[in-house]
Design a protein around this ligand. Sequence first.
Ligand SMILES: [Zn+2]
Length: 250
Amino acid sequence: MKVVYDEKYTTVYSSDPAAASGRMESIYSVLYGRYEFVRPRSASEADLKLAHWKDHVDYVKRNKALYQVAKLAVGGAIKAAELAVQGEPAFGLIRPPGHHASKNSSWGFCFFNNIAISIERLRHEGKIKKAFIIDIDLHFGDGTANIFVNTPDVSYFHPEASNREEYLKEISRGLATKKEYDIVAVSAGFDRHEQDWGGMLKTEDYFTIGKMIKQFAEKVCEGRRFAVLEGGYNHAVLGRNVNSLLEGTT
Ligand SMILES: [Zn+2]
């Protein structure tokens, strides 16, 4: 398991909770020393246009500091996806998040759809054909769902059960698919934790979820899997929750 990270992700590029000071550091401090860290390269404008219209890219570009970090976040997702294709599970410790970014709009602290662009790039390069995206963030990733609405080769799954036991069962059922995929990607949000906005999952549940995802990937695509950070706002528990998912997925 490799962690893709760059200290530029600590830049406070806006006043939203995903961009809050100390958020990246709270995760980094738990993961550092446990995993090998690798640096991403910034995404190109051509990469951004794999999932977004020019108008949207130009809109984000107007804020220079934001554009730089948002492009680097996309690059982090691309790097994690490339590692996964090479057989190395990876986690993109990146921000801003991306799952609320559609082709020509974005909201919810998101600007570019990191996970969608990383999948589209692998598909574009012919490295994969079919992808399964599981989104464990509290919120529905409308951006990801919109981008792939007419793409039957990419499945998007957002479990929504409103209690802990049902949620874990729903994931188990959702991963029982007989379809074939070339890669499993995780939109890893942690805002469903009992001490975060969703008030539901325990830290060890992320381990359980990670384990289910690992077993699923081993069954359908020789273990090729990666995750990227989406939401999660309680800095006191965020690092432990991320580590729990990574331990399960490793
Ligand atoms: Zn969220």
